[in-house]
Write a protein of this length. Structure first.
Length: 609
C-alpha cells in the first residue's frame, strides 16, 4: 500500500467514526422526527445530522482532507449525509477499499417527500415564507412600516416600488385600526405594482423595560441661532395657539387658553411677558393666522403653563397646558441602581443611588446575586448585588463618561437569568386573532424554548389558521441555545423562518460574540433549510438621517448570505430600500453563503447527548 493509500485509509476510518456519531444522533432523534410534518422531515433529519457533526471538532480532519485533495466538508450544511457519503466513497477509491460497501445510516422514520438538493429545498421554503422575490436578486427585503403608513397609501406604494418584498407591522405600536389600514395600503400597492408582498406581524412578547420617571416642569424653551462669537444669526420662532404648517412647520407651538385673543393679533405687534425664569421678554408678531400667531425673539425664552402674554392693547393671553419635559436618571459608573417592583414614577436625583421600576414581576423571583444586567441596549452594564421580592440592587460597572441617561421604557436584559415566563403574553394572545385573519406570517418575539413554540402553535390551531406562517425571533442566549429543538417543534407547521434580532441578541450574548452567534444561526438554519431574516440596524443611519456609514454598507452586503434583510423605519426609508436593493443585486453575482471551519459548537451540545 502506498503512503497516499495509507493516508486515505486513515482518513476514511476517521470519517466513518464521524458517520457513526451521526447515526447515533439519528436514533436518538426518532421521536422528534416522527412529529415533524412530512414536508419538512428530510430537512429535520439533515438538521439532526448537522448538529451531530458540529458536536465534534473536525478541523484537523478538514485540513487533512484538503491536503489529500478531497472536499474539506466546509459547505456541507444543506446536505450533510450526501456530502459525507461522497467523501467516504472518494476515500474508499483512494484507499483501494472499494470492496467495503457503504450505506448511509437508517433515518429511522419514513421519508415520504422525494429527495431534492438542499439548496433547492431552501429556495422552495424561502418562496413559501417570503414570497417570490425579484428577478435580479434572491435575497428579499423586509421593511418595518411606520405609523404614517396607515394614512399614506403613496408612501407604501413607493416602498414596494423601491424593493420591499415583506411589510412588517410591529404589534407593540399603533392598534388594529391602523394595522388594517396599513395592510389595505400594502394590498393596493400589490395591485398597482404587480409585485406580491407578504405581510408579517410581530408579537411584542415579554420585553423587560424600565418604569416611568417623574415628569419634569411644563416648559417649552426656544432660543435663537448664534454664530461662534455668540451673535444672533436667526431669531427664535414659536407659535402661540394653533400652528399653520403652510407658514412655518418647523417652529414649536404652545397652546393659548383663549382663541379669541390670538385671533385679535396683527403682524408687527409687540407682545411682552416675564418667562418662567422671571426674565422680561418681547415677542414680535410675524404672522397672525387667526387660530395661531407666529412670533420671534432674539433672546432665549422659557414658556410655562399659565404664563401671561400681554398685547399692545393691554389684553392678556394665558398659555395653556404644556407637556412636561421628559426627565432621566444620570447613571454613572460606580453608582447603585435599584430596580423596583413598584412602578411609581422614579424620583430624579443628582447623585445615586437611583431607583426605577422594572416592568416584569418575574424578574424579582428569578434573578440571582452576581448575575449581569444590561440597560438601554447595553449602554449601562451592571451586576446584581442583592435580590428581594420587591427590589433588585445593581452595581453599575460601566456607563458612558460623564454618566448615561436612563429614561423610562428602556430595555432591561438579564442574559444569565432563567426567567420562567412565556414568550406569548396575554396581550399577544389577544392580538393573534387579528394577525391570523389579516397577515401572512407571525413573528414570535423573545422565543426562548421549545414550549414557547408549542404554545404558539396551539394558539394558532385554536383560531383555526394553520396556514399562517411563523418566524422565530432569536434575541436571547436561551433562544439561541434552544434553536435546534425549537426548529424541530416548528417543523410540525407548514412554513417556518428565523429572524436574527441582532439588537437584543448582541446585548444578551455580548457584542464581541455577536458575529460568531449570527454565523452559527445561519449555518444551523441552512442545515434545516429554514429561511433567515438578517435584522436590526441595517442601514439605520441612512433610514434615519439620510446618509449611511461605511460600516453599515458592508454590514448590508454581508446580509446577502441570509434569505431576507430587514430595514427599520425612518424618514429616509425609501432611500434605504433603494440602496439595499442596489447592494444586494451587486452582491448577488459575487457570493452565496461560504465555506467554514467546523470547530466544535458547545451551544448545542445538550441536543446531542
Amino acid at each position: 500500500m502506498t503512503a497516499r493509500q495509507e493516508r486515505a485509509a486513515e482518513l476514511l476510518d476517521r470519517l466513518l467514526a464521524l458517520v457513526e456519531v451521526v447515526a447515533a444522533a439519528r436514533r436518538a432523534a426518532v421521536p422528534e422526527l416522527e412529529r415533524v410534518t412530512p414536508r419538512h422531515r428530510r430537512s429535520a433529519l439533515n438538521l439532526v445530522d448537522y448538529v451531530a457533526v458540529r458536536s465534534q471538532d473536525v478541523r484537523d480532519l478538514q485540513r487533512d482532507l484538503s491536503r489529500l485533495g478531497v472536499s474539506s466538508l466546509g459547505r456541507m450544511e444543506a446536505g450533510v449525509m450526501t456530502h459525507l457519503t461522497a467523501v467516504v466513497e472518494t476515500l474508499q477509491v483512494l484507499a483501494a477499499r472499494t470492496d467495503e460497501a457503504f450505506a448511509a445510516p437508517d433515518p429511522g422514520v419514513p421519508l415520504e417527500e422525494p429527495e431534492l438538493p438542499g439548496t433547492e429545498v431552501l429556495r422552495r421554503n424561502t418562496a413559501a415564507l417570503l414570497g417570490p422575490g425579484r428577478e435580479d436578486r434572491r435575497t428579499r427585503i423586509m421593511v418595518t412600516l411606520p405609523s404614517e403608513a396607515a394614512g399614506d397609501r403613496r408612501l407604501v406604494e413607493s416602498m414596494v416600488r423601491a424593493g420591499m418584498d415583506v411589510a412588517r407591522i410591529n404589534c407593540a405600536h399603533d392598534g388594529p385600526e391602523q394595522w388594517e389600514a396599513m395592510i389595505g395600503h400594502v394590498r393596493a400597492a400589490e395591485r398597482a405594482t404587480g409585485h406580491e408582498v407578504r405581510v408579517a406581524m410581530d408579537l411584542a412578547g415579554p420585553k423587560l423595560r424600565t418604569g416611568p420617571v417623574e415628569p419634569g416642569p411644563q416648559v417649552e424653551k426656544i432660543k435663537p441661532v448664534r454664530d461662534s462669537r455668540g451673535r444672533v444669526t436667526a431669531p427664535a420662532r414659536l407659535w402661540l395657539g394653533d400652528p399653520d404648517p403652510g407658514v412655518d412647520d418647523d417652529a414649536p407651538a404652545v397652546p393659548v387658553a383663549d382663541p379669541a385673543w390670538t385671533a385679535a393679533r396683527v403682524p408687527g405687534e409687540r407682545l411682552r411677558l416675564k418667562d418662567a425664569r422671571g426674565s422680561g421678554r418681547t415677542l414680535r408678531v410675524l404672522e397672525a393666522t387667526g387660530p395661531g400667531v407666529l412670533v420671534e425673539c432674539s433672546k432665549t425664552v422659557y414658556f410655562a403653563t399659565g404664563l401671561a402674554v400681554e398685547a399692545e392693547d393691554g389684553t392678556e393671553g394665558v398659555l395653556g397646558e404644556l407637556p412636561a419635559v421628559e426627565q432621566f436618571l444620570r447613571v454613572r459608573t460606580g453608582d447603585v441602581l435599584v430596580l423596583t417592583r413598584d412602578m411609581a414614577p422614579a424620583p430624579v436625583r443628582a447623585q445615586g443611588p437611583h431607583r426605577i421600576g422594572c416592568s416584569l414581576p418575574e424578574a424579582f423571583t428569578d434573578a440571582r446575586e452576581g448575575q449581569p444586567v444590561w440597560l438601554d441596549d447595553g449602554k449601562i452594564r451592571c451586576r446584581i448585588t442583592a435580590v428581594s421580592p420587591e427590589e433588585i440592587e445593581l452595581a453599575v460597572l460601566q456607563a458612558a463618561p460623564g454618566g448615561a441617561k436612563l429614561r423610562a421604557r428602556k430595555g432591561i436584559n438579564l442574559p444569565e437569568t432563567d426567567l420562567r415566563i412565556s414568550a406569548l403574553t396575554d396581550e399577544d394572545r389577544a392580538h393573534l386573532p387579528f394577525v391570523a385573519e389579516h397577515a401572512d406570517a407571525v413573528n414570535m418575539s423573545f422565543v426562548r424554548s421549545r414550549q414557547d413554540v408549542t404554545n404558539l402553535l396551539e394558539e394558532l390551531e385554536a383560531v383555526g389558521r394553520r396556514e399562517l406562517d411563523i418566524t422565530l425571533k432569536i434575541e436571547t442566549v436561551g433562544g439561541f441555545q434552544a434553536l435546534p429543538l425549537m426548529l424541530l417543534e416548528a417543523m410540525r407547521w407548514q412554513d417556518v423562518g428565523v429572524m436574527i434580532a441582532r439588537g437584543d441578541l448582541a446585548v444578551e450574548a455580548g457584542f464581541e460574540r455577536l458575529a460568531e452567534v449570527q454565523e452559527e444561526i445561519l449555518w444551523l438554519c441552512e442545515a434545516g433549510h429554514v429561511p433567515v431574516v438578517w435584522a436590526t440596524q441595517v442601514l439605520e443611519s441612512l433610514a434615519k438621517k439620510g446618509l449611511p456609514s461605511r460600516a453599515e454598507v458592508t454590514d448590508a452586503a454581508m446580509g446577502q448570505r441570509a434569505e431576507c434583510v430587514m430595514l427599520n423605519k425612518g424618514p429616509f426609508v425609501v432611500d434605504a430600500i433603494e440602496a439595499l436593493d442596489d447592494i444586494l443585486v451587486r452582491m448577488e453575482g459575487h457570493a452565496h453563503k461560504k465555506s467554514d471551519m467546523l470547530r466544535r459548537l458547545n451551544a448545542w451540545a445538550p441536543f446531542t447527548r
